[in-house]
Design a protein around this ligand. Structure first.
Ligand code: PEP
Ligand code: MN
Length: 337
């Protein structure tokens, strides 16, 4: 349930509402917007149903929330959330671009990629050090050495780091090197990992599961937020459908759905979303037009030699072309890039 306070409600009115909710053994979540203050009520449904709050001074109305996810929902927090990721705002007016190789392979590869993406305006360096590969015989990543390389190279080029975490026991190591911890599609419902990330202080980029519904994805974010970490960024990366021309089917309607249902930012990954480098630019443009808050794009200095996802990786030249075209679309959307 949410309690919507009247625009002129006093601090005392609000305190009395919170006191009554907490006295019933329930939790509150406060959202103070420019116009209205909303108190979210979390806890036992039966106790919530019996709470008489609408008669308290300063209360405009109470609204029952039927969805299981609460903290991620726009009902609880009507205004957009802006997340500070290493000093870069995600979910604000600027469309944030994250780019880099699928996997960290070597210092030279990462430096070349970082120089290229920085020169075109990317704010984040992406790259996997712990790779969740479909086959155990494929390159599994450089592990902690890869994280160290990411941090060193990102600092050299004044970029932030986003990288995928696959094991909850590695959170402390990741927090040392990364600005944003990515949960990959394959781990979207790894609830132990999500719960552990709820206790962590870094923002989480939560990719959509391979065949996850919007509701399952929102509930996955709720796991992180209910643990105390409210810094969640959604990432649409395509879902499994009957289509085989593309690696996945990029569901850009998810951007509109998430914007309607949640206050959290959403970025789009047109690289995994299509699996084909030629389709990355058109889908990146469409993502911004659909209202995405950012993009995460695979860029490799030599895609033909990439140890993973070469087919969907842009060359530095193709990435530069893409970035040239995005400014106009961001502008039409009233945003900067
Ligand atoms: C990746 O970003 O390299 C990755 C493995 O993505 P996904 O989890 O979306 O497949
Ligand atoms: Mn990849």
């Amino acid at each position: 349930m949410i309690v919507v306070m009247k625009p002129g409600a006093s601090k005392e009115n609000l305190a009395a509402v919170i006191k009554k909710i907490e006295a019933a053994g329930l939790r509150t979540h406060l959202s103070k917007g420019e116009e209205v203050t909303i108190v979210g009520v979390i806890g036992d449904k039966k106790i919530i149903a019996n709470l008489e709050l609408q008669m308290l001074p300063g209360v405009d109305k109470t609204v029952r929330i039927t969805e299981k996810y609460k903290l991620v929902s726009r009902d609880f927090h009507p205004e957009d959330s802006v997340i500070d990721a290493g000093g870069v705002s995600i979910g604000g007016n600027e469309v944030v671009v994250m780019a880099g190789p699928c996997a960290v392979e070597s210092l030279d590869q990462l430096r070349e990629a970082a120089a290229a993406v920085k020169a075109c305006g990317a704010k984040f360096l992406r790259g996997g050090a712990f790779k969740p590969r479909t086959s155990p015989y494929d390159f599994q990543g450089l592990g902690e050495d890869g994280l160290k390389l990411l941090r060193t190279v990102a600092d050299e080029f004044d970029l932030r780091v986003v990288t995928e975490i696959v094991d909850k026991d590695d959170i402390d190591i990741f927090c040392r090197y990364a600005d944003v911890l990515q949960v990959g599609a394959r781990n979207m419902q790894n609830f132990q990992l999500l719960k552990a990330l709820g206790k962590c202080s870094k923002p989480v980029l939560l990719k959509r599961g391979l065949s996850a519904t919007i509701s399952e994805w929102l509930n996955a974010a709720e796991y992180i937020m209910s643990g105390g970490n409210e810094q969640v960024i959604f990432c649409e990366r395509g879902i499994r459908t009957y289509e085989t021309f593309t690696r996945n089917t990029l569901d850009l309607s998810a951007v509109a759905a998430i914007k309607e249902l949640s206050h959290l930012p959403i970025v789009v990954d047109p690289s995994h979303g299509t699996g084909r480098w030629k389709m990355v630019a058109p889908m990146a443009r469409a993502a911004i037009a659909a209202g995405a808050d950012g993009l995460i794009v695979e860029v490799h200095p030599h895609p033909e030699r990439a140890l993973s996802d070469g087919d969907q990786s842009l060359t530095p030249e193709a990435f530069a072309d893409l970035m040239k075209n995005l400014g106009g679309i961001a502008h039409v959307m009233g945003r900067t890039i």
